[in-house]
Ligand binder design. Structure first.
Ligand SMILES: Cc1cc2nc3c(=O)[nH]c(=O)nc-3n(C[C@H](O)[C@H](O)[C@H](O)COP(=O)(O)O)c2cc1C
Length: 271
């Protein structure tokens, strides 16, 4: 049944009087107090804390509906003037392209990590217990760790643009396109995590402009679009509980002015 159009009474000449204006104002909504009292009560924060980079996939298929839920999350990313300067090439069936991306990632990883001495750089994997750390480090150096696009169900080539498409106007602030892409990727990552899938952000494939050009050619990506990552989604081989920790709030935030460390509630003196 069609909804009845609301009757609008014409305003008297000279506009409605102050009383009428008061009567027309919508009732103030009662703003509910946030219910969560401690961080553990927030579902969103739990998802954010539990999210990890996953780099080992089983190669099994994910139902189409789940992939579409993940893509739906990307569509809702915020962007300047809602321009969404981000596009996604969703690769699911083209195994050859997945292997092509895995080859590039491995080659890049070998040149990025291959030459660094174990003693200097293995510490970055401190959170992996011995004796597994050494084998994980070996996979980092020979690039095997980064071949995961080939076992992913879905590889999304995320492309950013700094152009404002409607008006051929370029935002004076560069990097808007990559900021929007980051927000869209994070949306997808959280939904995929809630669904129980693993995700990996494979920037290595686009880090060298020559590789980015090869990807552009292969997938027909036009010049104003810059491929920034191969975002991989798949079924995990195992749940990854432990990952690199983050610095405490004091390590990242300043209070009121640059250089004055933010003080967590737990360390503030009670007034
Ligand atoms: C901009 C960016 C680039 C990244 N590049 C890669 C990459 O090329 N390959 C990869 O496997 N992970 C990459 N990562 C994932 C990070 O290594 C990972 O997020 C970080 O070590 C923290 O681990 P976590 O995601 O498990 O919390 C990247 C992440 C970001 C945000």
């Amino acid at each position: 049944m069609a909804a009845k159009a609301a009757k609008v009474r014409p305003a008297p000449a000279g506009g409605p009087g102050p009383e009428a204006r008061v009567a027309e104002e919508p009732k103030a909504k009662v703003v509910e107090e946030p219910k969560a009292k401690v961080a553990e009560e927030l579902h969103s924060l739990k998802l954010i804390r539990d999210r990890r980079s996953i780099r080992e996939f089983t190669g099994e298929k994910i139902p189409d509906e789940h992939i579409e839920m993940i893509l739906e999350a990307a569509r809702h990313a915020p962007s300047p003037e809602n321009m969404l300067m981000v596009r996604f090439v969703v690769i699911r069936d083209d195994q050859e392209t997945k292997v092509f991306l895995a080859d590039i990632a491995q080659e890049m990883a070998m040149s990025a990590f291959g030459g660094a001495p174990f003693e200097l750089t293995s510490g970055r994997l401190w959170y992996i217990a011995d004796p597994y750390r050494a084998s994980q480090y070996a996979k980092l150096r020979d690039g095997d760790l980064f071949r995961y696009p080939e076992k992913s169900d879905t590889v999304i080539i995320v492309c950013a643009s700094e152009m404002w498409h409607d008006a051929a106007y370029q935002y004076p602030n560069e990097l808007f396109g990559s900021v929007v892409s980051g927000m869209a990727i994070m949306n997808m990552w959280l939904v995929a995590s809630e669904l129980g899938y693993g995700c990996g952000y494979e920037a290595l494939v686009c880090s060298d402009p020559r590789h980015a050009e090869l990807i552009r050619d292969r997938l027909g990506i036009p010049p104003i679009w810059v491929p920034i990552t191969a975002f991989c989604i798949g079924k995990r081989v195992s749940p990854r509980a432990l990952g690199p920790s983050r610095p405490p709030l004091e390590g990242l935030m300043y209070q009121e002015r640059w250089g004055l460390p933010y003080k967590r509630l737990a360390f503030r003196k009670e007034k």
